[in-house]
Design a protein. Structure first.
Length: 170
């Protein structure tokens, strides 16, 4: 018991000495500013030109439905704006691929599919997808497919068109 009292008295003395000779305590205030990043479609993930799956198509004299199918895989979204609201991505494919006055009309549009974060993604329509994650995301990917018909009596040639992608905050 005497040893315990001696130990307790020694600890009390060290504490008192530290308090008496330690001086006053001061606080340092830390500040930081986090700036927002961007909400973007990574341009390299949609840059083309894109060729149809299976290559070119020969004229047959009959309507070829969905003969030219395009798969744009790995469209990449970076949501780094820090607002926590998510985003909405839309695709607007040209109504026709054109070569001068000749047109290849839009076929069946398969649209958006295969999101990398399915739990927070809703495919609203074939041409619109909504992401509802609240913390932002970097490197989100999704695929988009579109097809065009080849009419029975269209001219041979090099046809082209675009799919315009747009992204906005929810």
């Amino acid at each position: 018991m005497k040893t315990f009292k001696t130990l307790l008295a020694g600890a009390t003395g060290i504490f008192a000495a530290a308090t008496l000779f330690g001086g006053t305590n001061e606080d340092a205030t830390l500040n930081a500013t986090i700036t927002s990043g961007v909400l973007e479609i990574d341009p390299t993930s949609v840059s083309g030109p894109h060729s149809p799956v299976g290559g070119s198509v020969a004229l047959t004299g009959a309507l070829q439905t969905d003969a030219l199918q395009y798969n744009l895989n790995g469209i990449t979204i970076n949501d780094l704006n820090g607002d926590g609201q998510g985003w909405r991505l839309t695709a607007t494919p040209d109504a026709n691929l054109t070569d001068g006055t000749d047109n290849l009309p839009l076929g069946t549009t398969a649209g958006f599919h295969n999101p990398s974060d399915a739990a927070n993604t809703t495919v609203d329509t074939v041409n619109q997808v909504t992401y509802s994650g609240t913390t932002g995301i970097a490197g989100y990917t999704i695929d988009y497919d579109v097809a065009y018909n080849v009419p029975a009596l269209v001219g041979a040639g090099a046809y082209s068109g675009i799919v315009a992608f747009a992204i906005v905050v929810n």
